[in-house]
Design a binder for this molecule. Structure first.
Ligand code: AMP
Length: 281
């Protein structure tokens, strides 16, 4: 496995693969890798000849009071894990390498689907994601790019971006990887106190209970109220509990497939999760 820290170095490493028309798979990450990330790499390994993983904590997708400075940076440990799952190239650029010293005058804004859910509490977040992903796509020029359904809204934004701007890339969504107790794996889980880590799986439990209740015929708005109440009772500060269609349109009845979304804080740690529920008709 090679590690490249510059755009030039990465191009030099990828040029032979490009010349021989190898299929290039790309997994963008912010590092501090866990099984969720590694499953994206395993998916890429199955479909592609060359697998590139980027590790870059992107400053422009963090708000002023968010955790950019404290975000865990564990490149050495990440490299070992990536070598084990068959990654070919790690691209770990500096902020300078990605953004240079000239002011950036171009923004990329995906409208509508970024207006609510995480877009409400994190203004500018998805613009930051769209810009860095576009830059990384231009740098890596992959055939396939792999994103987790854990960040469902982000995945929808990237799919829209690729479609709207005719980027020649297939975006693959990979299901959420969970801990044995149901908690969706996340680099931010490491911020949780021992006690909060025990409480955190309540999010998934409330989502699964909601699924059961919907399938028993309970009304969607009551189910959402119940999730919020259960999380609040467990000690969460709820940011949102929402239902959307798989394309992120508003929905008020369970008369088609639905995705339930939760964002909630335990102490200072903001956790997100979602559950896709099929409508049997
Ligand atoms: P991050 O490093 O948090 O930016 O995540 C990099 C990629 O890994 C994103 O596409 C995430 O959606 C994905 N990812 C993170 N956690 C999980 C998980 N538990 N299951 C599936 N994908 C995940």
């Amino acid at each position: 496995m090679k590690t490249e820290t510059t755009i030039q170095g990465l191009s030099a490493s990828l040029n032979p693969a490009r010349a021989s028309r190898k299929i290039i798979g790309f997994v963008p990450t912010m590092g501090n890798l866990h099984e969720g990330h590694l499953n994206l790499v395993r998916e890429a390994r199955k479909l592609c000849d060359v697998v590139v993983v980027s590790i870059f904590v992107n400053p422009i997708q963090f708000g002023p009071n968010e955790d950019f400075d404290n975000y865990p940076r564990t490149l050495e440990q990440d490299s070992h894990l990536l070598a084990e799952v068959g990654c070919d190239i790690v691209f770990a650029p500096s902020v300078e390498q990605m953004y240079g010293h000239q002011p950036r005058l171009t923004n990329i804004s995906v409208a509508e689907i970024t207006n609510d859910l995480c877009g409400l509490q994190r203004p500018g977040h998805f613009d930051g994601v769209a810009v860095v992903v576009t830059k990384l796509f231009n740098i890596v020029q992959p055939n396939y790019a792999f994103f987790g359904q854990k960040d469902y809204q982000q995945l929808a934004v990237i799919k829209q971006l690729v479609r709207d701007l005719n980027m020649p890339i297939d975006v693959i969504g990979v299901p959420i990887t969970r801990a044995a107790d149901g908690l969706a794996l996340s680099s931010r889980n490491g911020y949780l106190s021992e006690q909060d880590r025990k409480t955190a799986p309540t999010i998934y439990k409330t989502l699964k209970l909601a699924e059961e209740n919907l399938q028993k015929g309970q009304n969607l708005s009551d189910v959402l109220v119940q999730i919020r109440a259960d999380l609040t009772a467990a000690g969460f500060e709820v940011d949102y509990v929402e239902a959307r269609t798989p394309m992120l349109q508003k929905i008020d009845q369970f008369d088609q497939d639905v995705v339930l979304f939760v964002a909630a804080k335990l102490g200072k740690t903001r956790l997100i999760d979602n559950l896709q529920i099929k409508h049997s008709s």
